[in-house]
Design a protein around this ligand. Structure first.
Ligand code: UDP
Length: 240
């Protein structure tokens, strides 16, 4: 555990994080890059659970805006996360990281069913667990899944991977003097409407004192640095 501050963490990877610049689907180079970073911390003894999104393939709310039944669209979105989970598992294993995919929608031929105590056992044995199919319920997101699963498995923090260095008071791509927060209170994220994770996920984290580290996943070594307790990105926790 060479200096790591956290023993068990939950990494949230959005579907968009996996598509790179392609605009759709999965970029194998991104999976490869992320797998190498994950391998580093797993080799250091950190237990890593991952929730993957599906927005690179299908987003329920967007389809329902075009007329599809929302619940039906959300089930398609959940299935999209399973594809991402299987792709990530393949790359992690090619890097020598033992993994298990656990799906909230039963799909025995491709993934284990999600059983909380079994997930914890996998982690204890040093296996990386990828949670697929979100919560298994429509009208939720994989951000909320990340908060829920993190609490269920007693993870000490959520690592929210993004493409920017943390949380800003305005879009740093549009506003050159946008200010970055090193630390933020949950309630400020909600009140200021900051785009960290959706409100259900933030509320769940707030009610249970679960810290969220928002960091730039594109910078090599950032996952390790964050878990070593270095100031990487923005940490959301506590009161202001
Ligand atoms: N989804 C759902 N229930 C869940 C998690 C996800 O219905 O518990 C569906 C929802 O349609 C969502 C899609 O799966 O749009 C993909 O997940 P999300 O949008 O959270 O992916 P991300 O933005 O992280 O890529």
């Amino acid at each position: 555990m060479a200096g790591y501050r956290y023993k068990r963490v939950l990494l949230k990877l959005s579907g968009e994080a996996l598509m790179g610049d392609a605009g759709y689907g999965i970029d194998p180079r991104i999976l490869d890059f992320l797998s190498a970073q994950i391998k580093q911390v797993v080799a250091g003894g950190v237990e890593v659970a991952i929730v993957v999104g599906g927005g690179n393939i299908f987003r329920g709310v967007a389809a329902s805006a075009k007329g599809m039944d929302r619940a039906q669209a959300d089930y398609i979105g959940m299935l999209a996360t399973v594809m991402n989970a299987l792709a990530l598992q393949d790359t992690l294993e090619s890097h020598g990281v033992f993994t298990r995919v656990m799906s909230a929608i039963e799909m025995k031929d491709v993934a284990e069913p999600y059983i909380r105590r079994r997930a914890i056992r996998h982690l204890e044995k040093g296996r990386t667990v990828i949670f697929a199919a979100g919560t298994g319920n429509p009208y939720f997101t994989t951000d909320t899944t990340a908060a829920l699963r993190a609490l269920e498995i007693h993870a000490e923090c959520i690592m929210k991977a993004t493409k920017v260095d943390g949380v800003y008071d305005a879009d740093p791509m549009q506003v050159p003097d946008a200010r970055k927060f090193d630390e933020l209170a949950y309630i400020d994220v909600l009140n200021l409407g900051l785009k960290v994770m959706d409100n259900t996920a933030i509320s769940l984290a707030m009610d249970n004192d679960l810290p969220i580290i928002v960091f730039n996943m594109e910078k090599e070594g950032n996952i390790t640095a964050a878990l070593l307790g270095e100031s990487v990105g923005t940490i959301v926790r506590g009161g202001s």
